[in-house]
Design a protein around this ligand. Structure first.
Ligand SMILES: CC(C)(COP(=O)(O)OP(=O)(O)OC[C@H]1O[C@@H](n2cnc3c(N)ncnc32)[C@H](O)[C@@H]1OP(=O)(O)O)[C@@H](O)C(=O)NCCC(=O)NCCS
Length: 152
């Protein structure tokens, strides 16, 4: 069995490595510059999964008041189906909860069944469709939400 990866908060120095994973595994995803620009905003966070000194996955998101957004999550091919994405999502959710977010939104390609399965397994519910939202290749965007804390 694979040794357990460490889940840590990433910083700007990790962005080149993270952007490579993004480029390889997310069609038409963010560039290194897009990541760097985005981290200059307030209320953003990236978690990385590290195994033997290498980043094998990451998840990033942002929050405003009680609403959080999961923006990207990816794990390298060789480390999949071992719960790495689950650990990354867990870290992000706990972090959002500490920031008093009550729900998490995300958007995913309709054809990305492994990701949709993953999100559903972790309590996200489909609640909208954006026709032809994605390009290269063209695809619909499925909107999903998870309540992480109910208001008083
Ligand atoms: C989606 C992704 C992050 C899951 O990472 P992971 O570390 O393999 O996920 P975990 O091991 O924590 O969870 C596995 C669960 O995800 C779902 N899943 C993952 N890959 C799947 C596949 N090929 N087919 C069906 N379900 C799949 C299942 O629910 C699975 O549970 P199971 O193993 O009990 O069937 C990974 O496949 C990935 O990096 N994909 C490319 C990037 C991407 O599309 N990201 C999402 C959009 S930003």
């Amino acid at each position: 069995m694979m040794q357990k990866a460490d889940i840590l908060k990433a910083d700007v120095s990790d962005i080149p490595e993270i952007a490579l994973i993004e480029e390889k595994y997310i069609p038409n995803g963010w560039s290194e510059k897009a990541f760097s620009d985005w981290t200059n905003n307030q209320n953003t966070v990236i978690f990385k999964a590290v195994l033997d000194g290498e980043i094998i996955g990451f998840a990033n998101g942002s929050w405003v008041l009680d609403e959080a957004e999961l923006l990207n999550i990816a794990v390298v091919d060789q480390a999949r189906r071992k719960g790495v994405a689950a650990m990354l999502l867990d870290a992000l959710e706990n972090y959002f909860m500490e920031k008093n977010a009550e729900k998490i939104f995300l958007e995913v390609r309709e054809k990305n069944l492994s990701a949709i399965n993953f999100y559903e397994k972790h309590g996200f519910v489909k609640n909208g469709l954006r026709k032809n939202y994605y390009s290269n290749p063209i695809d619909n965007g499925v909107l999903m939400t998870k309540i992480i804390k109910t208001g008083e």
